[in-house]
Each structure stands twice: as structure tokens, then as C-alpha cells.
Design a protein around this ligand. Structure first.
Ligand SMILES: [Zn+2]
Length: 452
């Protein structure tokens, strides 16, 4: 039987696997019970061993394990890493979901549920690839399912703390991404980095009556607002000096699609200059994500003595996140209105990543995509930093890394009504299985690797 029919036959099982995993609320955030996260690791492990893999659970310092599996191919065959994560964002706001967050529900060809896309779709892709070859894949598979992706933990350091897991790899397949649109196979080639910090303005010992003292007395909130306003220029572009930017060379984002996905209200303009893809992937962007000030409902007519804001800065790949943090700190200190001294506490910075697209493995994957989708791949950037990928690329610069998946723009990851398109998931699994087969052919039985 050819792989396309094999994967089609497997799809009911894939949906069953995915539904079983969605049912376990593996939210690895502070304040959430870690028991379901550990139970989800065990559920992944059970599915993998049932599919024919040798599985171990490796304890992590956040208290949840990494699921590690190895499925040997023929002796001397290339070793391929399959990476995805089984932890999920909180379900939150049950009234915003059309069906319960942790009950997988199929509607119009999509399976809804927290984690159905991000990233349990990646997990079931790996399990399906093991099943497709009846546990005897044409190359050696090393499967790592992380449980610490969404909030953070020590797994992201594995490329330096567990180098032996990566040193013998020919290719690393990262299954935590998706296509630019349904049916358009896509390599993700740029991941934005992140930095930021909390800025605090203190001006008075305590609140003071605004009628008695307002005028000369400095209002901490007004000063903070003045400072925050300097973070962007009149066009809405990031104005922090020393953060380089460029034009995105790949496909642009149609403005209408972007507005719809983001839910921009009618009549509200987009901000910034350059193509939308450039504003997303190759230019820095700055956002105020939190502000501490008195509640409007109970605010007295008093001058505010202290105010603070949390600033988040997304940086394009190639910009050093430590230097970007220093640039932000310099900016807030130099632009504080009236020379008021401000406090600054930096956030944990993470570099962005450029993923190379030249190489034998990428060429073979593109061929597999062409066969699975009936069209060749395109490239996109991605907003969220994936720290493990950044660390893998920097620790193993010559390793072929391929970042794909089935999470299309309608998947609403991290939001209510998250879902995965099941036809896209099938194509994505097929492309991966075909890649494994083609990689084995290209390297020849017993040959070592197709490094790029
Ligand atoms: Zn993810």
C-alpha cells in the first residue's frame, strides 16, 4: 500500500489519539496542578509504545517530564529528530468557547479543543509516522515531546545540557508551526526574538489632592504616559534607537486577511510602515502589555505618586536580545520627561532565529510536500519565539532544521475555540512520512546521513 492511502486509513486513529490527548488538560503554568501534565506525558508515552516505540520519561526541573522515544531504522540509517510539545495554554474563559475546551469536538472538518493545534497536532503527527511504518521506519526516529514549551522550563537548554541527543542527528523536524494558508505547504524560516522590561515612575511620597497641589506637582502616570509615547514614532514604527530592521524577502501578508485574523475594528488603521510581513518578521515592534494605575471606578481626584508599565519588544532574527534589552533601558532612561529618574527591570530576553533553507534535507522535504499537497512550499516568519529552536540552531549551526506543521492561521492557538483542520493535518503527516521515506532512499541503506 502506498503511504498516501496508509495515512488516509490511519486518520480515524489520529483523530482518536488527538481527542484522547486534548482530554488531558496539560496546562504547565504556575498555579495549575501538574498532575494532568504528568498524566498527559504518560498518555503520549502509552500511544508511542503502542505504535512500536521504545519510550522513557526524562524528569525536568519544572516537575514534568520530557517524553523521549527512539524507533530504530535500518543499521546506519540517518537519525531524524521529531520535536513537538504536549503542554498547552490554559483553557480560560469557558463562556468564549463554543464547545468545552478539553473535549475534542469536530465541526466542519476541524477538531476543536485546547491543544488540538498547539501542539498536540504535532504529537499525533509523530505517533502517526511511527504507525505508518508499523514501528519499523526507514530511518531512525528520535522523538522528543516537551512539556515546558508554553511557560518555560529547562528543556529549552537541552541542546547544551544534553548535546548527545543532537550530535548524531541528520535532520531535526520541528512540528509546532503551520502553513500560511490551508493547502499551501510552508517552511517557517524566521522566529522573532523577545525582550522587554518593567518601567517604574515615582514622583511623590503619597497621593496628593489634585485641587490643592495639581500643576507644579509631578503626576507619575502622566510622566509614564509621556515616556511610553516615545517608544513609537508618528507612523507607529518602533522608535527605540539601535534596533536594526529590514524588509522581509518572502511573501507578504494580504492586509484584509491580516485585519480579519487580528479582529481589527472597522475604520481603525494598521500602524507602522513597510509591508505587513516586514512589520511582523523583520522589524522590531513594541507594545505596552500591562499598566499599574488606580482603577477608574474608584479613582479619587488625586495626583498619582507611582505608576509602572510592562513593555514587550519583539525583535527580528539577527538582533542580539541582550543588546536590545540594553537599548530599551537606555531609551527609557534618556526619554523620561522632565529628566525624572525612572526604574527599569529587564525581562528575560530571547534571541530570534533564522532557519536556513538551503540543503539536501530541505530539498527532499520540499519534494515530499509537493507530493503530499500537489504544490511546492513557500516560506514565512513567525511571531512567537520558540526558545528550544533558537538554542538548537545556535548550538548545532550545521544541523538541518525544518519547521513545519498543520497549525494554519485559523487555528486560533492560545485563544478560545482553538482547532485543527483535519485535511491539513493529514497532508502534513503525509509530507512528513514521505520525507522519511525519501530521506532513506537518498542516503541509501547503511549510508550515514544527508547533512546539509
Ligand atoms: Zn506551540
Amino acid at each position: 500500500m502506498d503511504l498516501a492511502s496508509r495515512i488516509s486509513d490511519l486518520m480515524p486513529q489520529v483523530v482518536e489519539d488527538l481527542a484522547a490527548l486534548v482530554a488531558v488538560p496539560s496546562v504547565n503554568f504556575p498555579g495549575y496542578d501538574s498532575a494532568p501534565v504528568i498524566a498527559c506525558a504518560q498518555a503520549c508515552a502509552d500511544l508511542l509504545s503502542e505504535a512500536g516505540a521504545e519510550v522513557t520519561l526524562v524528569p525536568g526541573n519544572s516537575g514534568v517530564p520530557t517524553v523521549r522515544a527512539e524507533v530504530p531504522g535500518p543499521p546506519g540509517s540517518p537519525v531524524v529528530l521529531l520535536y513537538s510539545h504536549y503542554d498547552v495554554q490554559p483553557g480560560s474563559a469557558p463562556d468564549k468557547w463554543d464547545s468545552p475546551a478539553f473535549t475534542a469536538t469536530e465541526r466542519d472538518g476541524r477538531l476543536y479543543g485546547r491543544g488540538a493545534a498547539d501542539d498536540k497536532s504535532g504529537v499525533v503527527t509523530h505517533i502517526a509516522c511511527v504507525r505508518a511504518f508499523d514501528g519499523r521506519p526507514p530511518v531512525t526516529l528520535r522523538i522528543l515531546l516537551e512539556g515546558e514549551e508554553e511557560y518555560g522550563g529547562d528543556f529549552e537548554e537541552w541542546p547544551t545540557t544534553h548535546p548527545e541527543e543532537f550530535a548524531d542527528l541528520s535532520v531535526a523536524l520541528i512540528n509546532d508551526l503551520g502553513p500560511v494558508e490551508l493547502g499551501q505547504p510552508t517552511f517557517t524560516t524566521a522566529l522573532r526574538g523577545i525582550t522587554g522590561g518593567t518601567v517604574t515612575v515615582r514622583t511623590l511620597e503619597e497621593p496628593r489632592h489634585s485641587g490643592v497641589y495639581g500643576g507644579p506637582a509631578p503626576d507619575a502616570l502622566m510622566i509614564l504616559i509621556g515616556l511610553l509615547a516615545t517608544l513609537t514614532d508618528d507612523n507607529g514604527d518602533c522608535a527605540i534607537e539601535g534596533l536594526s530592521s529590514g524588509e522581509w524577502p518572502g511573501a507578504d501578508y494580504p492586509e484584509e486577511t491580516f485585519r480579519e485574523l487580528v479582529g481589527v475594528l472597522p475604520g481603525v488603521p494598521l500602524v507602522g510602515t513597510g509591508s505587513i510581513a516586514s512589520r511582523l518578521y523583520s522589524k522590531p515592534s513594541v507594545t505596552v502589555v500591562g499598566l499599574d494605575a488606580p482603577d477608574v471606578a474608584t479613582a479619587p481626584n488625586a495626583i498619582i505618586p507611582m505608576a509602572r508599565a510592562k513593555i514587550s519588544v519583539r525583535i527580528p532574527p539577527g538582533v542580539d536580545a541582550e543588546l536590545a534589552t540594553a537599548a530599551l533601558e537606555r531609551h527609557v532612561r534618556e526619554h523620561a520627561p522632565f529628566g525624572v529618574e525612572v526604574g527599569f527591570t529587564p525581562a528575560e530576553p530571547a534571541d530570534g532565529t533564522l532557519i536556513a533553507t538551503q540543503g539536501d534535507a530541505q530539498r527532499i522535504y520540499a519534494e515530499a510536500m509537493r507530493e503530499a499537497y500537489g504544490r511546492g512550499p513557500t516560506e514565512q516568519g513567525m511571531g512567537g519565539a520558540v526558545p528550544f529552536v533558537a538554542n538548537l540552531v545556535s548550538a548545532f549551526p550545521h544541523l538541518a532544521v525544518i519547521a513545519t506543521g498543520a497549525q494554519d492561521p485559523l487555528a486560533r492557538i492560545h485563544a478560545p475555540n482553538e482547532s485543527i483542520d483535519l485535511a491539513e493535518l493529514r497532508r502534513s503527516i503525509l509530507a512528513q512520512a514521505l520525507f522519511l521515506e525519501k530521506l532513506a532512499e537518498a542516503s541509501g541503506v547503511g549510508a550515514v546521513g544527508v547533512a546539509s
